[in-house]
Design a protein around this ligand. Structure first.
Ligand SMILES: NC(=O)c1ccc[n+]([C@@H]2O[C@H](COP(=O)([O-])OP(=O)(O)OC[C@H]3O[C@@H](n4cnc5c(N)ncnc54)[C@H](OP(=O)(O)O)[C@@H]3O)[C@@H](O)[C@H]2O)c1
Length: 192
């Protein structure tokens, strides 16, 4: 069965964006970006919260920008080849191919998707991921911990949840970013 993976670039104090919504510190170095590309090559479907989609849709047209580096062009290809499901109660149009909107996050439909999918799924956007985690449908975590403390903002992981995790892998990058790969050891213990 395909897995659902939560992947996030986080500050050391556990935020994906600071109190002003700023996440410029999260921009990956070329080395981190190439590593992310390798991880995401196996993702067949992205589940995005509306706000994360608004950032990620950049990759739909990145190949048309002269300034895109080879590693960015590679990511654009990976992103464009995957299906995207956007969760939003307000969005009416999407600006990428292979993309559809869902009005509610339904864990049972995600479970069915995992059973029928040939490739893994990834969830992005902290608010959406929090629901998936609490509903017990996330199996693995890829956290890229940046050497920065931002003092508050959008939490990478939800409050009031207990997750027992096994560390599967870790990797240190020259920029000081650390990648941590975890598997949840008890998928039923997520509910708050
Ligand atoms: N650290 C990084 O690398 C990085 C990268 C990109 C972006 N960011 C930032 O990180 C933040 C993204 O996380 P986020 O938590 O703010 O937002 P998010 O999870 O990406 O999106 C939240 C939105 O998703 C929709 N949504 C959530 N739950 C839903 C449900 N059950 N049913 C239907 N729709 C649902 C709602 O959209 P509607 O309001 O349309 O209903 C909600 O406002 C943003 O501030 C973003 O700019 C960080």
């Amino acid at each position: 069965m395909a897995k659902l993976i939560y992947s996030a670039i986080t500050s050391l104090d556990g935020y994906v964006a600071d109190k002003d919504g700023n996440f410029d510190w999260a921009a990956p170095s070329e080395e981190v970006h190439a590593f992310v590309n390798q991880l995401e090559r196996s993702v067949g479907t992205y589940l995005y919260g509306r706000r994360m989609y608004e950032t990620m849709v950049y990759w739909e047209t990145a190949h048309t920008r002269a300034e895109s580096s080879p590693v960015e062009l590679d990511y654009a290809e990976i992103w464009q080849a995957a299906d995207k499901i956007i969760y939003s109660r307000t969005m009416t149009d999407v600006s990428s191919a292979r993309t559809r909107i869902e009005r509610e996050f339904d864990p049972d439909s995600v479970r069915r998707l995992k059973e029928s999918a040939g490739r893994d799924l990834s969830v992005g956007g902290a608010e959406l991921a929090a629901q998936a985690i609490k509903d017990g449908v996330v199996e693995e975590y890829h956290l890229f911990v940046n050497p920065v403390v931002v003092g508050g903002g959008t939490s990478t992981l939800p409050d009031n949840v207990r997750l027992d995790l096994e560390l599967l892998d870790e990797h240190r990058f020259s920029s000081g970013v650390v990648h941590l790969h975890y598997r949840q050891t008890d998928a039923n213990s997520a509910a708050s």
